[in-house]
Ligand binder design. Structure first.
Ligand SMILES: O=C(O)CCC(=O)C(=O)O
Ligand SMILES: [Fe+2]
Length: 285
């Protein structure tokens, strides 16, 4: 079977068909995946039956795997995988329950954000009619920048944005989604506030990505706080316009890979704690 890349109708994302990721990926197929990621920012593959070890082996083919700051939710035998889940068993939370409630890009609180994140769907909540709940939504930051007025593009190019994991976690505390796990002082120390370019040339393609997000950007260097927050809000609204947003309808076995420079994502938390959702997540630098 020939591997096919089928782009979404919106300017982000593509489905990759006829590629079985449970067998070690060959160079030609790996190249198709990388090229599709460069072109579309995120890719998804359906019906992938992989053990955690096979999943880790796949991730290693894309780059170096990182360990999540939440050590308590790493898989014991495969610490490259962090569990995202709303499930509580024997009074114990099984994974990070509130990841993705704001539009964001992963790793913005790292000096060198990792390029790819990956999810492998283990359990997906559905409504009474069997329709999946908890869509993950994606937008393109390349498309967002390229559709801004030229004058605004010029103004943004020299700016740097202030990103803070700590402020993001304070925001999450009050949002009421899932069970919020506070950062320990040591985890906070590992992720201090930092600046990133507002317009970030993509490390692989060189395309300009609008690197400002609702989740972690709380200021602009040299711009008065109120003006900066208003501009950030305006840019975030532009980035996440409904007509350019892809909604991923999850199925168990889906593998999603996304690029954290050229896209942003957010989860639709339209499912309660009584409906189980569980993902295996990895990050690739
Ligand atoms: O649970 C999801 O669908 C995505 C959560 C998220 O933001 C992430 O894994 O980076
Ligand atoms: Fe995320």
């Amino acid at each position: 079977m020939v591997v096919r890349v089928v782009p979404n109708e919106v300017p982000v994302g593509a489905q990759i068909e006829s590629l079985d990721l449970s067998v070690p990926i060959d160079d030609a197929s790996l190249n198709i995946v990388r090229t599709a990621l460069d072109a579309h920012g995120m890719v998804y593959l359906r019906d992938q039956q992989l053990t955690p070890a096979q999943y880790v082996a796949l991730g290693r083919r894309l780059g170096t795997l990182e360990k999540h700051v939440f050590d308590q939710f790493l898989l014991k035998d495969q610490p490259e995988i962090v569990v995202l889940s709303n499930i509580v068993e024997n009074g114990q939370q099984m994974g990070v329950a509130d990841a993705g409630q704001f539009w964001h890009t992963d790793g913005a609180f790292n000096t060198h954000p990792h390029i790819y994140s990956m999810l492998h769907a283990q359990e997906i909540p559905t409504d009474a009619g069997g329709e999946p709940l908890g869509d993950t939504m994606f937008v393109s930051t390349v498309h967002a920048f390229s559709t801004l007025p030229a004058q605004l593009q010029e103004r943004l190019r020299p700016l740097r944005g202030l990103h803070s994991l700590i402020i993001q976690y304070e925001k999450k505390k009050t949002s009421g989604i899932g069970r919020h796990v506070p950062l320990t002082p040591e985890q906070k120390a590992r992720t201090p506030d930092l600046y990133h370019p507002v317009v970030w040339p993509h490390p692989r393609t060189g395309r300009e990505c609008l690197y400002v997000n609702e989740g972690t950007t709380f200021g602009l260097e040299g711009v008065p706080a109120e003006e900066a927050l208003a501009l950030i809000r305006q840019l975030c609204e532009h980035i996440s316009r409904p007509e350019v947003t892809y909604h991923h309808k999850w199925r168990v076995g889906d593998i999603l890979i996304w690029d954290n420079f050229s896209t942003q994502h957010k989860v639709n938390f339209n499912f309660g704690p009584e409906r189980r959702r569980r993902m295996h997540r990895m990050t690739v630098s």
